[in-house]
Design a binder for this molecule. Structure first.
Ligand SMILES: [Zn+2]
Length: 317
């Protein structure tokens, strides 16, 4: 069965970097073990790494090469297994034609668990942010998380290649989301407040960039309850969402920096009431310890659940 699917995909791959990962992933889903029903922590359970995966060669090679370049230590075998499960939504290609890949792991807690969309490297020069999602994906392979996670480790692959904040068209993708106020405010803000800072150019129109449209497609398709976007170098947890208690993550203080026209926070929280946690690693070396990454993931998952609880209480009132 897998062999037939693989040869079909190989044919398809010869003309286009393909959606066969989704075909294969459907096959994989059939073979996957059922998740353990009694797991309540993202930190939870047993090291049951899935190995019965037929890799999509081109996607997995690209994934291993690009994620392998990111700083910090990682387990090569775990990366290989993660990359074999990477998928690409149709249309999720950068302006220069690089794939924008995602990884997904279903949660076990169907009543309280949230749908979390996590992403890094929307700004291509914030390299350590990708080390966090690389570690999170490897960990998700080994646990049965309470929340469902979809992770996009490299949103702006062209910016990563050129080590620029913006994409190949010179657009700051985090000012290019189609927030309701984009047409009225994004360009005047860029002209008057940033004095046409080329690092913060919002684009010629909302969602003008293929990377932005890819993210909007993920949001429409995955329907997240909660979004995490990882950046550098401010060294804070910046939350756009309802009032909740400080989660007390020692390496990064809890603040509210506000948001901008065309930013993810403005588009998702202000316009659509989906909370956005912006993780700003400190400096450009970021936090280095893998157990801090684990704790950060668990805290983020808890914040998602708490924010969901507050929002549903508010809805009932
Ligand atoms: Zn950033």
């Amino acid at each position: 069965m897998n062999k037939i699917a693989l040869s079909l995909c190989t044919l398809w791959l010869s003309t286009y970097l393909c959606s066969c990962s989704s075909i294969l992933s459907k096959i994989d889903t059939v073979h996957k073990k059922n998740p353990s029903p009694n797991t309540s922590q993202d930190a939870a359970q047993p090291p049951a790494v899935s190995t019965n995966v037929t890799p999509n060669i081109e996607v997995s090679t690209f994934c291993e090469r690009e994620l392998g370049k990111l700083p910090g230590s990682y387990d090569k075998e775990a990366l290989k297994i993660t990359c074999a499960e990477m998928k690409q939504l149709s249309g999720c290609t950068s302006e220069n034609g690089a794939p924008i890949l995602h990884y997904e792991k279903e949660g076990t807690d169907k009543s309280k668990g949230k749908r979390i969309l996590a992403m890094s490297l929307i700004h291509g020069d914030e390299i350590p942010s990708g080390s966090v999602t690389r570690a999170w994906m490897a960990r998700l392979q080994t646990i049965d998380p309470r929340n469902t996670w979809r992770v996009l480790p490299i949103v702006n692959p062209d910016g990563v290649t050129s080590r620029t904040r913006h994409n190949a068209q010179g657009v700051d993708l985090n000012r290019n989301f189609p927030s309701q106020d984009w047409s009225e405010k994004a360009t005047p803000y860029w002209v008057n407040k940033t004095r046409r800072d080329p690092r913060r150019f919002p684009g010629d129109s909302p969602a003008s960039e293929s990377e932005t449209r890819c993210l909007v497609k993920h949001i429409d398709e995955f329907k997240p309850d909660f979004i995490i976007s990882i950046h550098t170098p401010l060294g804070v947890l910046d939350f756009d969402g309802p009032q909740i208690a400080n989660p007390g993550f020692k390496p990064l203080p809890w603040v509210g920096l506000g948001n901008f026209s065309g930013s993810l926070g403005r588009y998702m929280w202000v316009d659509n009431k989906v909370p956005v946690l912006t993780i700003e690693l400190r400096g450009n070396s970021g936090i280095k310890r893998l157990d801090d990454f684990d704790q950060l993931q668990d805290i983020s998952g808890t914040v998602a659940i708490q924010a969901g609880r507050v929002l549903s209480q508010e809805k009932r009132q």
